[in-house]
Write a protein that binds this ligand. Sequence first.
Ligand SMILES: [Fe+2]
Length: 156
Amino acid sequence: MNLLNWRKEMSLGIEDIDRQHYMFFEILGRLHEAAVFESHISVLKGLAGDLCCYASLLFRGEENFIALTQDPTAREHLMEHAEFLHRVAVLEDVKILADRSRVRDIAEELGDWLEVHIGSFDHSLALRARPAQGRTALLHPTPTMDLPRLFESVAS
Ligand SMILES: [Fe+2]
């Protein structure tokens, strides 16, 4: 069973961003599952590579949006992304990948990190994307919102 899932409570009310986070958890969950079920190292290597690529793309899109805002937490937000990428990069080491219990622990830690990150930094960023007319607009984003659209490029 995949324990690392995106849940509705993590929704930021912006469909594109939620889909990207959902996909992020999908890849992380598959990596965790592969470690739990002792999959071949080539499977783990592929998933670790996917996770690294997806994180880089998603963060780049988010950072482009951050650059357009006056977000006072921008610096810390970018540092969080850099720290996550550093932690994911550890999985490029074949010796670490060969230790399935370590990969499982890392995947769980990354899942915890991602959940906290979404609930704090990404949530704050989503609020900045909210137009002045009120909270309902966040739940139904308008075409004027210039948000990253990475999901399509990653999925294709
Ligand atoms: Fe973020």
